[in-house]
Write a protein that binds this ligand. Structure first.
Ligand SMILES: [Fe+2]
Length: 452
């Protein structure tokens, strides 16, 4: 047989064209790192530092990927397998890629490489660990097109330089006044985040992050330009992402982290991700990470105390350890809301209501019928009388009665004892927004709210 023909047949038979084949990650080629020129501390922002957090709230953007790195990353991302298996489109013009590490060795190797891990850890002054594989490189893509294949066709390895004419309205856009900020004020579900830009940002307006300071003012952090990244302690600081305008394509990719230091409070929740993540992938990864952390902390404790002879001191410490781990395990379990139940509720009430639940609750609390409806639902256990959430409610009320702080999705704080604590407060404290909406529906308050 003519060998030339064989080669030809081979390349035809391959599922990947030469354009699509990804490169092997090489830090010497693909990284072009310069440490952030400025780190913003919690103190700078007049925010109190919780004993378990890093003093760093975030960094200004810093160079991370080289120009080759950006192209190699984009090539890896636009492979047929990645688009076919990882893409969803929450609304026209937007593509979300999740779990790309399962299809792309390049993306996995880039984020998990010791050099990359060192860079992100140094940026926030604590050793970091990736929360779980499913949270590596969550990618948001804004591009022209209405269907996934149409949008995918518009994605090229070479970053687009095309600009979009800005209207006067676009230019006047103020993310702090306009309700259409791409993501309104929120805390992230995970303690730390790295956001990296894979598109040209020249000519783009918006795209920056605002952090709420302790005095109520907002501090602006510029969005990263192409190949640059920015670190944020998003689980600890309230922030808002401004809409980006003026460019044809915008691709940003996000990886979430937690501290690697043992016995540090881990403020991870799955609240922000449950409505769109594949729970069959996420729950097993969540369980593994949570149980592994528990195991490591117990091992760490035993390694230390087995050498010590001072049992009195150990008794106090072991009580603290046990209490913390009970709460940790409880949170681990509660976050895994039954997938069918969760999806049904998100569908029934809608994703906007899910993400807006804390604000809806604030409004609902001012309604004239609020006290009566909420009180009778809780007092008579009209909603899911056999659920474990009632025990959680009792426990939190007891913590409040004793004037002790409550841990919550929105940070740790002491509850104002003059305000009654309802099941709605308890469910939102735990970041169980869909369950909260279910309870709200049962009280009748959702209906009253809808008529406003
Ligand atoms: Fe965020």
């Amino acid at each position: 047989m003519n060998p030339l023909k064989l080669v030809k047949r081979w390349s035809w038979g391959s599922t990947k064209g030469p354009e699509e084949k990804e490169e092997t990650f090489d830090p010497k080629v693909h990284l072009d790192y310069t440490p952030p020129s400025k780190k913003i501390t919690l103190e700078d922002l007049l925010l109190k530092q919780s004993p378990t957090a890093s003093p760093i709230a975030g960094t200004v953007p810093f160079p991370l990927l080289s120009s080759e790195g950006v192209r190699a990353y984009r090539r890896a991302l636009f492979q047929k397998d990645v688009i076919d298996k990882c893409a969803s489109s929450p609304f026209p013009g937007t593509l979300v890629l999740r779990d790309a590490v399962k299809q792309s060795k390049f993306i996995n190797d880039f984020w998990t490489h010791p050099e990359t891990m060192r860079i992100v850890s140094e940026a926030v002054d604590v050793p970091l660990e990736i929360v779980m594989p499913t949270e590596i490189g969550h990618t948001n893509i804004q591009v022209e097109g209405t269907t996934i294949p149409e949008m995918a066709r518009n994605l090229k390895v070479e970053p687009s330089l095309e600009k979009v004419e800005l209207s006067a309205e676009d230019r006047a856009y103020d993310p702090l006044k306009d309700a259409s900020a791409i993501i309104p004020w929120h805390y992230d579900s995970y303690p730390y985040v790295c956001v990296m830009m894979l598109s040209e940002t020249e000519g783009m307006i918006g795209g920056e992050t605002y952090i709420k300071k302790g005095d109520g003012e907002s501090q602006k952090v510029e969005g990263p330009q192409i190949g640059h990244a920015v670190m944020l302690q998003g689980g600890e600081v309230r922030h808002l992402a401004a809409r980006a305008k003026g460019v044809k394509e915008r691709i940003s990719t996000i990886t979430s982290y937690r501290s690697k230091v043992p016995n540090i409070y881990d403020s991870s929740y799955m609240t922000n991700v449950r409505p769109y993540a594949d729970m069959n992938t996420m729950y097993p990864e969540w369980t593994n990470y949570r149980l592994r952390k528990l195991r490591d902390e117990l091992t760490h404790y035993l390694d230390r105390t087995e050498k010590e002879q001072n049992f009195t001191q150990a008794t106090e410490e072991v009580q603290d350890l046990i209490n913390n781990q009970i709460e940790y395990l409880q949170r681990t379990s509660r976050q895994m809301v039954d997938p069918e139940y969760s999806q049904r509720l998100v569908k029934e009430y809608g994703k906007p209501a899910y993400y807006d639940a804390p604000r809806i609750w604030q409004t609902v609390r001012t309604l004239p019928s609020f006290e009566e409806l909420a009180f009778s639902t809780d007092d008579e256990r009209k909603w899911r009388p056999d659920s474990g959430y009632w025990m959680d409610l009792q426990k939190s009320m007891e913590t409040i009665r004793r004037g002790k702080p409550l841990q919550s999705v929105l940070g740790t704080g002491v509850w104002d004892q003059t305000k009654r604590y309802y099941m709605g407060d308890e469910l939102l404290r735990q970041g169980l927004n869909e369950v909260f909406l279910d309870w709200l529906g049962c009280t009748g308050l959702w209906e009253v709210y809808g008529k406003l």
